[in-house]
Write a protein that binds this ligand. Structure first.
Ligand code: CDT
Length: 304
């Protein structure tokens, strides 16, 4: 069988001003633990190298530029790639990807995730398609979420990569709430989807949602896992960060839709679980897309 141990590598808060070296040391500690747990693949959160800065409107271009990577690996992130190669632990890493030549404080690049194999080689890249929040500061809001101001919308579609003996897809945070993201990966035969996220545990502008937040996090991933016959490994940036309580609930979800591992706290935490990619087969047979889908009836889905 095509089974191996994969892990969600949840991170506790990363404060504004935290240096890359300290953050990379935390990621390395989780990778070391992963190696000790016989893990081949770890999933880090979205924007795993920095604080989630889109919660602020920052007008200092130097500070904003400091949240972006000019290259990956770069001098400060090279140890992660060395560890992958030396320890045989591949990873998914969310980070901010600088587009060369862009200046100022807005739209400097993409909200990106890379897939790194056990040789320490980048084998896949995804740029976040669904950028939630607002493109301008709204003084009426208690919680800002300015991704459309800081980032360009992803332009790579939803690619799937041959890695770890199977077909892997990458998504980022808000993408998990959109069935189209998952179906795009499902249609390409994805057997495991890795996803990092930064999700507030409360919505101060709509507190009636607070009690539903955890359900609205898990529900779309559980149904997507089942409907597309795929494993899901989802990793949070969790805990009190920059005045905002970030949701934990990092998890591994089986192709049955069951949550088979769930984080227990809001700090750095490794969640290893043995995933068998062959366990996707019975769901892929049940939802045999070639036989049962009726794309001729789905035209509205691709109309703007
Ligand atoms: N990072 C990210 O995409 N977060 C969004 C928060 C939107 S609500 C302010 C999410 O969907 O969790």
């Amino acid at each position: 069988s095509r089974s191996f141990v994969a892990a969600a590598a949840q991170l506790g808060p990363i404060e504004r001003g935290a240096g890359r070296a300290a953050v990379v040391a935390r990621l390395l500690a989780l990778m070391r633990e992963a190696k000790a747990s016989n893990c081949r693949f770890v999933v880090f959160p979205e924007m795993a190298l920095t604080t989630f800065f889109p919660r602020w409107l920052i007008d200092d271009p130097a500070e904003v530029a400091g949240y972006f990577e000019d290259s990956l690996p770069g001098p400060e992130t090279q140890p992660l790639f060395d560890a992958a190669r030396d320890w045989g632990v591949g990873f998914y890493l969310g980070y901010c990807e600088r587009v060369p030549g862009r200046e100022g404080a807005d739209h400097l690049g993409f909200n990106t995730a890379v897939l790194v194999d056990q040789a320490g080689t980048i084998v896949g890249k995804y740029r976040k398609v669904h950028l939630p929040g607002n493109a301008t500061y709204d003084p009426a809001l208690k919680l800002q979420h300015l991704e459309p101001w800081y980032f360009l919308p992803g332009d790579l579609g939803f690619p799937v990569f041959e890695a770890f003996g199977g077909r892997l897809g990458l998504l980022l945070c808000n993408d998990r709430r959109w069935p189209e993201s998952w179906r795009m990966l499902g249609l390409q035969g994805a057997e495991l989807v890795a996803l990092g996220y930064n999700s507030p545990a409360q919505l101060p502008d709509n507190p009636a949602q607070n009690a539903l937040r955890k359900m609205h996090h898990l529900l779309p991933m559980q149904s997507a896992a089942y409907q597309n016959g795929t494993w899901v490994v989802a990793a949070a940036k969790a805990g009190p960060e920059g005045g905002c309580d970030m949701m934990g609930h990092s998890c591994v979800i089986a192709p049955s839709g069951e949550v088979v591992a769930l984080s227990s706290g809001l700090g750095d935490e490794l969640l290893p679980y043995r995933v068998d990619l062959d366990a996707t087969a019975e769901y892929k047979r049940f939802f045999d897309f070639a036989t049962y889908r009726r794309p001729e009836c789905y035209g509205l889905l691709t109309e703007p």
